[in-house]
Design a protein. Structure first.
Length: 675
């Protein structure tokens, strides 16, 4: 701890100055001595010696250590002290009292310097003769020297150290950074200005510092400065927010508040410290530092700190701006239409996949909604607040696809943008990259993809810098990748990297109860209010839909174009080919190993399924009676139980009744096809 010793003729005055300095320099040890009460016999242990008169220096110079810097103090009045004197009526004759002729004249000069020129002061000190008999006296802390005949005494109290002295002390202690701290600014603002030059310099310093602090506080990073030994000189608001620091840490050594090896290295080695991560108050903080050279010597150290998670979110926002609005996952699991057993199982599997962070391979025919599932998985994962970047690998030529995925540096190829371009892997950092039609990627590009997925690092085209990326990969294809592997068109090692978790989307023809649900949803989206005839509904339900939902959407758009209120079977056949050979609804096409009652029950359930309904046993028995088919309740119960064991039907209690499952629909279809 540094030390300051104050020596004046009177200890009371020294104690007054000590009290002021303790408020301004709380980390400095301050002593007060007065010739009226103290005898100095040994060396003074001080870094700064503050004396009131040069004569004091002459008397004690042999007791001053070599390291000590000697300052002859100068004083002024506070604005509050001046206001006490200003309470006297202007033009009054006033006694000005002090303890010596020199101090009295000095006080008179000071009062004039601070603007008290509207009074006629008469100097008074002990031993002075011919003192005017005036009723008012002003004294600067020397009340005992005031003549007894004075009726009104204005005692301002002892004078206060002025700006110049305070600045000299701060510089001598190498604590000039404190001059712009709130306690100093408050103290300086309380003083009457004496030295125009010193005041102007301080005002300029405060103005420059104010502008600099405003600039630092605009920067969204924590900025700290220390002297070469690590003593904190200043910090901006962001640094205080990140580390929960208060203003009093200024003047402390950085290691007292951040006791980490990387901080110690920055202070001791005074070398550049690249980005390092420290754990402070349960928060990850990134730390970097660099020395500042002035006149060929290190004058200070600049330290930059950031909350790691906050910086990641900021980077995410920047990436989102680069991507634009078209690269966000807008679909969730609620967007998936269907009540069939197949789609419910697929949705359940996908929801479990969303909880994982592993790569996913989605397979399915064209138009089944592979990207919809990919977006839903992303939005249900812990990466949902980050980017979802989708790219169709078949729609971009190979050379362009490589630069799109991995980015490129300036000059990497003819036409490369100035400054280069960030790749989709980098843009999807912390988020999800969806690679549709992965089977169309060339074997050369497959090798690069494999390395990025394995190493979680990407190198831009034409670059030599490795960039770490944390991206979840979801791929999709309508091809048989195993067959492509056998044909040497797809790498086996890449296949196992992307197929950690697999999801197969069932085609629409295997979930026929979802056909009309999907149709009605698409019709609602198109704001169409046409109605389908019964024959038209049956035709839609029987159609194979090789293009799945995409083909179904095209059908709806065509029907909207017709501008008809009622859609007939012939309207559909103009848009869709005849499918009677696929799934004819004729009893004689049922396989012969089913008894008539079983075929009848299947027909009833199929007809009800086309209308999105279930059938109860009572209704089936009524239908059998209408067609003059004898069907006992026991026989019907046995048939339904057998069908349920085969997985052909779902038997529900209550009004829902019995419905065909996808497996049941396929069984009926096989019965027709095996004629």
């Amino acid at each position: 701890m540094k030390k300051v010793t104050i020596i004046t003729n009177f200890r009371g005055v020294a104690e007054h100055h000590k009290m002021i300095l303790q408020q301004l320099f709380p980390l400095v040890e301050i002593s007060a001595l007065g010739f009226d009460k103290d005898v100095i016999r040994k060396k003074i242990d001080a870094d700064v010696l503050l004396i009131s008169l040069y004569s004091i220096y002459v008397e004690i110079k042999e007791k001053i250590p070599l390291r000590a810097k000697v300052i002859v103090l100068s004083t002024t009045l506070t604005k509050e002290q001046r206001n006490k004197i200003n309470s006297i009526r202007e033009g009054s004759e006033v006694l000005l009292v002090n303890y010596s002729p020199e101090m009295t004249l000095e006080s008179m000069a000071l009062l004039r310097q601070i603007g008290l020129t509207n009074y006629n002061f008469f100097p008074v000190y002990p031993g002075k003769g011919d003192i005017p008999s005036l009723s008012i006296a002003v004294t600067l802390g020397e009340r005992e020297a005031v003549p007894d005949f004075v009726e009104e005494i204005i005692d301002t109290g002892h004078r206060t150290l002025d700006e110049t002295t305070i600045m000299d002390i701060a510089v001598s202690l190498e604590m000039e950074h404190l001059l712009q701290s709130p306690p100093f600014i408050t103290h300086f603002n309380s003083l009457c200005k004496v030295s125009t030059i010193a005041s102007a310099l301080l005002d300029r310093l405060n103005m420059a510092d104010s502008r600099f602090l405003k600039l630092l506080n605009v920067i969204d990073e924590g900025i700290m400065t220390t002297d070469p030994e690590g003593v904190i000189l200043g910090l901006n608001d962001k640094a205080r927010q990140i580390l929960s620091f208060r203003q009093e840490i200024i003047g402390k050594n950085l290691l007292e508040v951040l006791d980490f090896s990387v901080v110690k290295e920055a202070i001791q080695s005074k070398a550049v410290v690249e980005q390092e991560l420290i754990r402070f108050q349960h928060t990850n903080i990134s730390f970097r530092s660099a020395p500042v050279m002035t006149g060929g010597m290190i004058s200070s150290i600049i330290i930059v700190i950031n909350q790691f998670e906050e910086k990641e979110k900021f980077q995410h926002k920047l990436r989102a701006k680069i991507l634009g609005k078209g690269h966000k996952a807008k679909y969730t699991f609620d967007s998936i239409i269907g009540k069939s057993e197949a789609i419910q199982k697929t949705r359940c599997t996908a929801q479990k996949i969303a909880r994982s962070n592993s790569s996913v391979l989605i397979t399915g025919e064209t138009g089944t909604g592979k990207e919809l599932f990919a977006q839903a998985i992303h939005n249900a994962s812990r990466r949902k607040n980050y980017q979802f970047v989708a790219v169709n690998c078949a729609s971009i030529p190979e050379p362009l696809l490589e630069s799109e995925l991995f980015g490129y540096e300036e000059g990497a190829f003819t036409g490369a943008k100035k400054g280069g371009r960030i790749g989709l892997f980098e843009l999807a950092h912390q988020g999800t990259l969806f690679l549709d039609e992965i089977g169309e990627v060339s074997t050369h590009l497959q090798s690069r993809l494999l390395r990025v997925i394995q190493e979680k690092e990407v190198m831009r085209v034409g670059g030599d810098r490795v960039i770490p990326v944390d991206t979840r990969i979801i791929t999709a294809t309508n091809q048989d990748l195993r067959k492509l592997i056998q044909e040497n068109k797809f790498r086996k090692d890449l296949y196992y990297r992307i197929n950690v978790l697999s999801l197969k989307i069932p085609p629409l023809r295997e979930r026929r109860i979802d056909i009309m649900l999907g149709f009605e949803h698409l019709q609602k989206e198109a704001h169409a209010d046409f109605t389908l005839t019964k024959e038209a509904k049956n035709y839609l339900s029987q159609y194979p839909w090789e293009g799945n939902f995409r083909e179904l959407q095209n059908c709806v758009e065509y029907l909207v174009y017709l501008e008809k209120d009622l859609i007939h079977l012939q309207d559909l056949k103009e848009s869709l080919p005849d499918v009677s050979f696929h799934f004819p609804l004729k009893e004689e096409h049922l396989e012969t190993n089913l008894i008539p009652e079983e075929r009848f029950v299947l027909q009833c359930l199929l007809k009800a399924g086309e209308e999105m309904k279930g059938l109860g046993r009572r209704r089936m028995m009524e239908m059998a009676k209408e067609q003059k088919i004898y069907l006992s309740e026991r026989t019907l119960r046995n048939i339904l139980q057998a069908f349920q064991e085969k997985g052909w039907v779902e038997v529900e209690k209550g009004r829902k009744g019995t419905m065909l499952t996808e497996k049941g629909f396929q069984a009926v279809k096989r019965c027709y096809d095996q004629k």
